[in-house]
Design a protein around this ligand. Structure first.
Ligand SMILES: CC(C)(COP(=O)(O)OP(=O)(O)OC[C@H]1O[C@@H](n2cnc3c(N)ncnc32)[C@H](O)[C@@H]1OP(=O)(O)O)[C@@H](O)C(=O)NCCC(=O)NCCS
Length: 255
C-alpha cells in the first residue's frame, strides 16, 4: 500500500536517515543543522510510504518571482531497495498536485540527471556553470557591505523584471545563514561564498580579486552579467514545470 503525505515531528529523524543514506551524509552532523535550517518546515517535507516504510522523500521550498509563487524541489531520494518502481515519480506528481491546489502550481529544481524529471513534465530551462574569473587587485581592499546595503542593491535589481526571484525576510535569513563575504564594487556588490562568486551586480567589471575565483551560476545570468566566458564547466541543469521563461536568480538562492 502506498501513502504520500508530509511528515510529522516524530518522523523527522527517519526522513533525515533516508537522505543521509542516499546522499552519503553523516547523520550526526546533518542532524545538527537539519531542523535549524531557515526553510525547515515539516509541511514541506514529503514522503512516500510503501507498506508503512518511508521509501521515497523530497523537500519543497517557497520560491517567489515578480509574477507569483512557485516551489523549489530538492533532496529527491528513494531508498536503494525500492528504486525503479515509479515511487519518486508518484511522489513528485502528488506534491505538484497539492502545490497547485495551494496556488503554487509551478516548480523548479536543479538536477544532475534530467531523466526522472523530464518524464514528469519538467523541461530544462538552463545550465548551471562554473567559470574561472580573470585576476585583478585584492578584494580585501574593498569595503564590506552590510546586509541592508546588499538588500538595497538586490531589491532594486529584482524589481526591474518580473522574472526575478524576490527575497522576503525568510529568504534573507536563509541568505545570511551561509557564511559569505560581500564586497562593494562600483554601483553594486560581489558576493563570495567558499571561493565562488554566486552573486554579482550590476554587471561584470574587472573584478578586484587576487585569489583565483570562479563564477557559479546560471548560463543566462553569466550572459546578462557579461561574465567573460572561456570554457565554462557545465554543472547541474535548471529544470522547470509550468515555467515558460528562464528565471533570473543567483545560486545563493539554490535549493
Ligand atoms: C533519482 C531517484 C530519486 C529515482 O527514484 P525512483 O523511485 O527509482 O524513481 P522512479 O522509479 O520514479 O523513476 C526511475 C527513473 O528515474 C531516472 N533516474 C535514475 N536515476 C536518476 C537520477 N540520479 N537522477 C534523475 N533521474 C534518474 C531513470 O529514468 C529511471 O528510469 P529507469 O528505472 O527506467 O531507468 C533515485 O534513483 C535516487 O534516490 N537516486 C540517488 C539520489 C539522487 O540522485 N537524487 C536526485 C538528485 S537530482
Amino acid at each position: 500500500m502506498i501513502e504520500i503525505r508530509t511528515i510529522g515531528p516524530h518522523e523527522a529523524d527517519e526522513f533525515l536517515r533516508v537522505l543521509c543514506e542516499v546522499f552519503e551524509l553523516d547523520f550526526a552532523r546533518a542532524r545538527g543543522v537539519f531542523q535549524r535550517e531557515p526553510f525547515f518546515d515539516l509541511n514541506r517535507k514529503w514522503a512516500l510510504f510503501l507498506n508503512g516504510r518511508m521509501a521515497s522523500v523530497l523537500t519543497t521550498v517557497p520560491v517567489t518571482f515578480g509574477d507569483g509563487p512557485s516551489i523549489g524541489i530538492a533532496g529527491v531520494a528513494t531508498q536503494r531497495a525500492w528504486r525503479g518502481q515509479g515511487l519518486a515519480g508518484q511522489l513528485i506528481e502528488e506534491v505538484m498536485r497539492v502545490a497547485a491546489d495551494q496556488g503554487e502550481g509551478r516548480a523548479l529544481l536543479f538536477a544532475k540527471d534530467e531523466q526522472l524529471y523530464s518524464k514528469h513534465g519538467f523541461r530544462t530551462l538552463d545550465r548551471v556553470i562554473t567559470q574561472q574569473l580573470p585576476k585583478g587587485l585584492s578584494l580585501n581592499d574593498n569595503k564590506l557591505l552590510t546586509i541592508d546595503e546588499v538588500k538595497h542593491h538586490y531589491d532594486r535589481w529584482a524589481e526591474s523584471d518580473l522574472h526575478t526571484l524576490r527575497r522576503d525576510e525568510q529568504r534573507w535569513h536563509f541568505w545570511s545563514w551561509n557564511a559569505k563575504s560581500v564586497f562593494s564594487i562600483p554601483g553594486g556588490y560581489v558576493c563570495v561564498e567558499l571561493g565562488r562568486v554566486r552573486e554579482l551586480l550590476p554587471a561584470y567589471q574587472t573584478l578586484p580579486v587576487s585569489d583565483p575565483l570562479e563564477f557559479y551560476g546560471l548560463t543566462s545570468m553569466a550572459k546578462e552579467l557579461r561574465i567573460p566566458m572561456a570554457n565554462p564547466t557545465p554543472d547541474t541543469y535548471l529544470m522547470g514545470r509550468n515555467f515558460d521563461y528562464i528565471p533570473r536568480m543567483f545560486l545563493s538562492d539554490q535549493f
